[in-house]
Ligand binder design. Sequence first.
Ligand SMILES: [Cu+2]
Length: 185
Amino acid sequence: MTLYYVLGITFVVFALIVTALGLTRDDFPPTPRAGRTVIIAGAVIAVVTFAVLVSSSHVEHPREEAAAEAAEKKEEAAGEQGGGGEAAKRAPQAGEKIAVVEKEYSIELPRTTFKAGDLTFDVRNEGKVPHDLAVEDGGNESKTPLIDGGGQESLVVDLKPGKYTLYCTVPGHEDLGMKKEVTVD
Ligand SMILES: [Cu+2]
């Protein structure tokens, strides 16, 4: 493809030079033989350019083709995962959904008692500074990514009956009031 461009540009430049010479100089071409040489040279460049264009036309859009191929492979890969992939995508939606609002410096919940099992905390940060929502379950801390002001993230946990504390892990925020005792039964 690059070769085609180089040849094409060469042909255009050649044609412009010959035209300029022909228009501005009375003695161009200086001899009939030189004139024939110019015509043959022009024809050769044109033919080679056309030949390269034809031979390279099957890879005329290499970038677009590569992108289409990549998309196809991605689709195939997704297809191979089959139902499993779909189930994994749905998993975060499973169980009870609880809308949580965080700001400086509080965590608001619609209620503080939940049924044991899958729980999805949909956390909206209505504050100005980033917050997250975490819960400690048997020594393991599960938490959302840090949520910028105005942002939203979900925390999906599978909790057994017991008492838990929901809190923000940003240093100092828990002590400033970003914690909430909840009961799972
Ligand atoms: Cu916070």
